[in-house]
Design a protein around this ligand. Structure first.
Ligand code: PLP
Ligand SMILES: N[C@@H](CCOP(=O)(O)O)C(=O)O
Length: 433
């Protein structure tokens, strides 16, 4: 499979090159030259395949020729070695729980896959690789965990100061060794912009071998398809495919779901569930695409004003808004609505969503109110404990802390504060590497 740059000014590359580069030299995102379509029988008989077989079959065409099948099977197996259950909340809504990985968020799937692919490719290179990543909360922790203590890899995480939850901050700032946190006195969009600029800075890239671990990197983005198909495996009413509501910020997750749909996955409709950062819901409603400065909300990991991956969604639908609207509807949910629905779901159904999942739940509920015959699922993208500072006052109870992170919460934060200015990042990187 070849990948082209969406800016169309750089040569095509294979999966290995796209993973190593992260972003094309013309600043474009890489995109597969064709979308593999799976046989109808694969989806019809999905129950007969193991999770590893499903994931391998989905990813193999994207990787073919750069990682041998046996090695890829090993990577896939290690990537999804935790449960991804579909849990009924009420008679029309289920929750696809994506928080059973080591850092309690859906990012673990992509980060584990990417770190193993990069490890595989690194065998051929002697240079140290610096993985640069911008985070609004969860990517940073998952990437830190995925690359911790990996020889030859240094990780530099940029996060917006004061705008991630206390648990997320611990996950990205306490590991030490090869993991370094830069606390940017700006927004996630500032962090993302600084990272993207670094990749096209020739002076810097001549001195330091840089790559990205955000979903701009195909090796982080593509495996996010896995759990949509694993959800279908668990969906009981195969005659009536689900509406899938995806809490969305940078739009990598929902874009992976739409990619699986284009490969034949049965889905009735997708919902882009956003908080007050409503660039995409506004575009879907009125056709006017206006990136904005991010607004801080209680579902902080979705505080993105200029979502990187939306351009991939447009490409998937050949830039035809009419076609996209047939498949995708957007909703913007306020913080007050998020708190109210979180409390309601907990009290009524004894199910505790996190604030991002709550946005997904309410957006789905709104859609289902207009579509009486449909049922659906929301992606529960993180464990509620990651946002206990928001959740506990809403439900008036403590959220138990899973054993997996109890020790990490006792560690001391280590970060370097920098201005939201590209030169500050460049100077820091040149001094360090
Ligand atoms: C908990 C949670 N929900 C939703 C999102 C939004 O996902 P995406 O940026 O892929 O749209 C994020 C950020 O990645 C997140 O951490
Ligand atoms: N919400 C994300 C933002 C970065 O998204 P990515 O999928 O492009 O890495 C986060 O939690 O950091």
């Amino acid at each position: 499979m070849k990948y082209y740059s969406l800016n169309k000014q750089s040569p095509d590359v294979d999966f290995k090159e796209a993973t190593i580069k992260g972003q094309a030299p013309d600043k474009g995102l890489y995109f597969p030259e064709s979308i593999p379509v799976q046989e109808k029988a694969f989806f019809e008989n999905i129950a007969q395949y193991s999770n590893e077989e499903i994931a391998f079959r989905l990813i193999q065409p994207y990787v073919a020729g750069t990682i041998a099948d046996a090695a890829l099977q090993g990577i896939v197996k290690e990537t999804i070695n935790f449960p991804i259950p579909l849990v009924p909340v009420n008679d029309r809504i289920s929750s696809l729980e994506l928080f059973h990985g080591p850092t309690l968020a859906f990012k673990d799937v992509g980060a584990r896959f990417m770190s193993r692919c990069l490890g595989h490719f690194a065998h051929d290179r002697s240079e140290k690789v610096v993985v640069l990543v911008a985070t609004s909360g969860d990517t940073g922790g998952a990437v830190a965990h995925g690359f911790y203590d990996v020889p030859g890899v240094e990780v530099v995480i940029l996060y917006p100061s004061g705008k991630v939850s206390s648990v997320q901050e611990k996950q990205l700032t306490t590991l030490g060794k090869n993991i370094h946190a830069l606390e940017v006195t700006g927004t996630f969009d500032d962090c993302q912009q600084m990272v993207k600029q670094a990749f096209v800075d020739e002076e810097l890239t001549k001195k330091i071998f840089l790559t990205s671990a955000n979903s701009i990197n195909v090796a982080r983005w593509l495996p996010q398809q896995f759990y949509y198909v694993l959800a279908w495996k668990q969906w009981t009413d195969k005659k009536n495919p689900p509406v899938i509501s995806v809490p969305s910020g940078n739009f990598g997750n929902i874009c992976a779901g739409l990619l699986a749909y284009c490969s034949g996955l049965p889905v009735k409709h997708f919902i882009a569930a956003c908080n007050a950062n409503a660039v995409v819901p506004s575009y879907l409603a009125n056709g006017d695409y206006q990136p904005k400065k991010a607004i801080a909300t209680i579902s902080n990991a979705m505080d993105v004003g200029n979502p990187s991956n939306f351009v991939r969604i447009l490409e998937l639908f050949h830039h035809k808004l009419g076609d996209l609207r047939k498949v995708l509807t957007g909703y913007s949910i306020s913080d007050d609505e998020t708190k109210a629905v979180l409390k309601e779901v907990y009290q009524q159904y004894k199910y505790l969503p996190d604030p991002h999942g709550a946005v997904g739940y309410l957006a789905l509920q709104r859609y289902l109110q207009q579509h009486a015959d449909d049922k659906g699922m929301f992606l529960e993208t993180a464990h509620p404990v990651k946002f206990y500072d928001v959740v506990e006052p809403v439900i008036g109870e403590a959220v138990p802390v899973p054993a997996a992170i109890q020790d990490q919460l006792k560690l001391t934060k280590q970060s370097t504060v920098i201005a939201p200015d590209y030169n500050a990042l460049k100077e820091t990187l040149l001094k360090k590497y």
